[in-house]
Write a protein that binds this ligand. Structure first.
Ligand code: 5GP
Ligand code: MG
Ligand code: MG
Length: 183
């Protein structure tokens, strides 16, 4: 694999940089409207949500605080099990605060379902979720997502923070990988 030509490994672009920025702008408008008059803390889930956080935050024309969590979910193979461990906790006391979790993709929803109840137990004013992408399977989980960029088919996607073996996070577009990458 030639890492200097990372874009060439994408076989199918699902969302271009422009489409992503436009959609984040729309979500930012909704967030500004919904949280008008309240302070807001957005919490990015490392490492995948780095790009979404950076661009969503800059799409907001209001004040916003940013914090980060890193969590690992144990699972067999590629599916998460819902058994979650905090690798890096918030630096912020969220008691009485309005918290918006920002993630790049929800698959089974197990991770965010766990995280939502964990944060809720800290007695914030509210906890909501914003995700750029959501897979249909997530709809079966008891996790309510307030802001969704797009619902996508059950395919493995990379780019814009999403990795395959820690690569492809730095792609500007989101797409599926060419089969030659996996072989
Ligand atoms: P879940 O919602 O299943 O608990 O966990 C979601 C996590 O699985 C995401 O944060 C991401 O790390 C990973 N994931 C799920 N679907 C995909 C995908 O299509 N592409 C990539 N790169 N990661 C995915
Ligand atoms: Mg994630
Ligand atoms: Mg990953």
């Amino acid at each position: 694999m030639d890492a200097s030509h990372v874009e060439q490994d994408l076989v199918n672009v699902l969302f271009t940089e422009k489409q992503i920025q436009d959609r984040l702008g729309e979500l930012a408008s909704e967030i500004e409207r919904d949280y008008a008059g309240h302070d807001l803390l957005i919490v990015g889930i490392l490492r995948g949500a780095v790009m979404v956080m950076a661009d969503l935050a800059r799409s907001l024309s209001r004040h916003v605080e940013m914090d980060w969590m890193a969590i690992s979910s144990y699972g067999s193979g590629t599916k998460s099990s819902g058994v979650v461990r905090i690798l890096k906790d918030l630096d912020t006391d969220i008691t009485g605060r309005h918290v918006l979790i920002v993630d790049e993709i929800i698959d089974t929803g197990l991770t965010l379902s766990w995280l939502t109840s964990n944060l809720t137990s800290r007695e914030p004013a509210s906890v909501e979720i914003c995700t750029l992408l959501r897979k249909p399977e997530a709809l079966q989980m008891p996790v309510e997502v307030k802001y969704v960029g797009w619902d996508i088919p059950n395919e493995f996607v990379v780019g814009y923070g999403l990795d395959y073996r820690e690569r492809y996070r730095n792609l500007r577009d989101i797409g599926t990988l060419s089969p030659h990458v996996y072989s």
